[in-house]
Design a protein around this ligand. Sequence first.
Ligand SMILES: Cc1ncc(COP(=O)(O)O)c(C=O)c1O
Length: 393
Amino acid sequence: MKFHIFDKLPPYVFNVINNMKIEARRRGEDIIDLGMGNPDLPTPQPIVDKLIEAAQNPRNHRYSSSRGIFKLREALADWYARNFAVSLDPEREVIATIGVKEGLGHLVQALLDRGEKALVPDPCYPIHAYSVLMAGGNLVRVPLGEPRDFLQRVRRRLSGNGVKIVLFSFPHNPTTRCVDPEFFEEMVHLARSHGALIVHDFAYADLVFDGYRAPSILQVPGAREVCVEFFSLSKSYSMPGWRVGFCAGNAQIVAALARLKSYMDYGIFQPIQIASIIALRECGAGVSTIVETYRRRRDVLVEGLQRAGWPVEKPRGSMFVWAPIPEAFGSLGSLKFCQWLLESSRVAASPGIGFGPAGEGFVRFALVENEQRIRQAVSGIRRALRAQQPLAG
Ligand SMILES: Cc1ncc(COP(=O)(O)O)c(C=O)c1O
């Protein structure tokens, strides 16, 4: 049998490392998994308590609303007002999604017609690129590099006209790159003057360190004419399995997503929506604890790798460390390097190539094991690098 999806979507590169990890664990090896960005911290207790309480009420067992219950959308609007002084109409400008991944995938399907162009940074979180291919759109990968250079490249592409969507995410996965409000101002200006739409994935809104504050693109005056922004409870509140996200901003774009979703789903299980209201309204302290935990892990990993002679930078945002492959191993490529890393140091990481061609030459570590395990990972990597150095050099 032949299905077009297999041509459009190649097997996940990450599966190669994942399968190796599973086999190694089956053999009884202790693998430290810094591969997938799957948050390991517990969801704050008041959210779990509310879920349990709401699940006891049979009224909450019915189909919910595919746009999300009003109070949840209102809680998201309040979150934007508190954190970014952005005022949103919860009725027209906010929709709940089954996580960002679902919402973004469906939004691109709702907006893009066959053959229409979407610009996506290279490297990127895979769904950003593949949502375009799934929708039958024309994917244009724009090398990310420094934000200023990225702006220039986007400007050039937009002036060639015919671009429908520009899709990006800052703090950025996988590169951890962060931007300032001026970057967004410039992007919004470009999109408005060329008739393009912007989809900003703000999944790492809260995961920022060292005094950096990630701007929301909706803070830019006029942004709402052309932009929507996604936010997720997966990272900030450590609720990855709960599947709660939002899309907010331009009312017509939100309506397009709402239309598609009204055919596709009946909304998130209502007790989860009710518990998510508690997250947004009452769990600021929980977010701070989660952020502080990632910061400490980041410091342990980055400082440890630096001491091991692997120069990596401390990210200001996200839950990742993006590391150039050590010079002596450069010719291996990121997939082979990650295979070597797993075999020689028992540490799983994600090969940069899995995020797009420009990710080659890098590996991504996700900060999803505790500090002690990360120390253990660093020791393993240090030993492996030392042993291999003379051979690789
Ligand atoms: C940029 C980005 N967007 C979205 C997601 C997933 O968000 P959600 O769990 O809400 O689907 C991730 C997860 O790694 C991500 O890195």
